[in-house]
Design a protein around this ligand. Structure first.
Ligand code: 1CP
Length: 351
């Protein structure tokens, strides 16, 4: 917690305070759907160079706060800065997303070293310092990292994937060597998050975007356990920092992540029903979510109704309004402004 500054609605909600309406921020709230983002983005060719230019990262982090007044900003960066800092070759192809020189053999792990993280990612930490200084005191600043399984997906597949066959086959056939990669990533992510906290973030989110491709029996070992180890490792270094877990598309296995002693909140995706979540999850842990990002594209009365339905189910308990996944590029910015209004004007009725 920042000494002397008032903690705003978002941090107070994570700490257990209730407000008449929940705080709101959106995953991927900075990005291509905003013309002002595209304008800054067009000044740098390489996406990683863009992430590593503090002035630009600060500017695009602040853009959605200026436009919509969200309760939290998320530092503009990417989950793939961690494999990059470890020494794996990472680049982004225009219109195609991330590419990596794929790992094919455990012998290659020796080339990855977390000793380079502080240096290579220094521009990210500088951007955090600059953003924190520029943000209103009541707006929280979130840091983030990819969870180890999701990072391993990109590191082994070499890009996004339809079936994640390579990473899953490795995990199933060679769990010992896959476990070594996961262990390395646990340590690297703890370092990266600790440096983000030292630079000024108020809370962090762990994105396990691809957890849902694992069968339930494998989730404990490759998704939940590494995330728990990260949260504990980080809190050994920074005891007060809230950690939000986002294990995407895990269905009812979300019950396993319901750990208030470890996570300050559980971010739920669109596949989880608000009614079930209110009954099974929220009595134990603060929830975040889970409007369908395509509902935000659709807008209009359909969006108003769905946002209100989620608020009616979850707004009575500890809750942060968000999407079930990130804002997509075709989202009209006006619909985002309207959503913020719907959330802030919501009147709690009987649950
Ligand atoms: O040129 C561009 O503008 C590239 C698009 C883009 C953007 C805007 C990429 C490439 N990354 C980002 C920023 C980003 N990535 C943020 C910024 C902060 C914010 O939310 O406003 C964050 C939090 C991420 C995290 C991220 N990157 C995740 C986890 C969240 C999720 O969406 O599941 C993942 C999986 C990535 C990988 C990645 N980076 C970029 C793309 C297009 C992707 C996804 C590729 C795929 O679907 O496999």
């Amino acid at each position: 917690m920042r000494a002397g500054k008032p903690a705003g609605k978002f941090l107070q909600t994570l700490a257990g305070t209730r407000f008449p309406t929940p705080p709101i921020w959106l995953m991927r709230q900075a990005g291509r759907y905003l013309p002002e983002y595209r304008a800054v983005r067009s000044t740098t060719k390489s996406f990683l160079d863009f992430c590593y230019t503090p002035d630009k990262a600060i500017e695009v982090t602040l853009q959605p706060i200026r436009r919509f007044g969200f309760d939290a900003a998320i530092i503009f960066s990417d989950i793939l800065v961690v494999p990059d800092a470890l020494g794996q070759k990472v680049w982004f192809e225009e219109g195609e997303g991330p590419k990596l020189e794929a790992l094919t053999d455990a012998a290659q792990f020796g080339r990855l070293s977390r000793a380079r993280i502080a240096d290579r990612l220094a521009p990210v930490y500088e951007a955090i310092r600059g953003t924190r200084a520029a943000l209103p005191g009541e707006t929280a600043l979130l840091g983030f990292a990819g969870a180890p399984f999701t990072l391993a997906c990109y590191m082994i597949e070499g890009s996004g994937s339809k079936d994640f066959a390579k990473v899953k086959q490795w995990a199933y056939a060679h769990p010992e060597s896959f476990g070594l990669l996961i262990d390395l990533l646990v340590e690297a992510v703890v370092d990266h998050l600790a440096y983000q906290v030292e630079a000024g973030v108020d809370a962090v989110q762990l994105f396990d975007s691809w957890a849902g491709v694992l069968p339930e029996e494998q989730l404990f070992r490759w998704s939940l356990d590494p995330m728990v180890r990260i949260a504990k490792g980080l809190r050994e270094r920074h005891p007060a920092i809230p950690v939000i877990a986002f294990p995407r598309a895990v269905g009812p296995a979300a019950l396993m992540y319901r750990r208030p002693d470890t996570f300050a909140a559980l971010s739920i995706d669109t596949g989880i029903g608000a009614h079930w979540a209110a009954r099974e999850l929220q009595p134990h842990i603060c929830l975040q979510g889970n409007l369908d990002p395509i509902m935000l594209v659709a807008g209009g009365e359909a969006m108003d109704r769905e946002a209100t339905r989620i608020l009616d189910k979850l707004g009575h308990g500890p809750f942060v309004f968000n999407l079930g996944h990130g804002v997509v590029p075709q989202t009209p910015p006006d619909h985002v402004a309207r959503l913020v209004e719907v959330v802030r004007r919501w009147k709690p009725g009987t649950p």
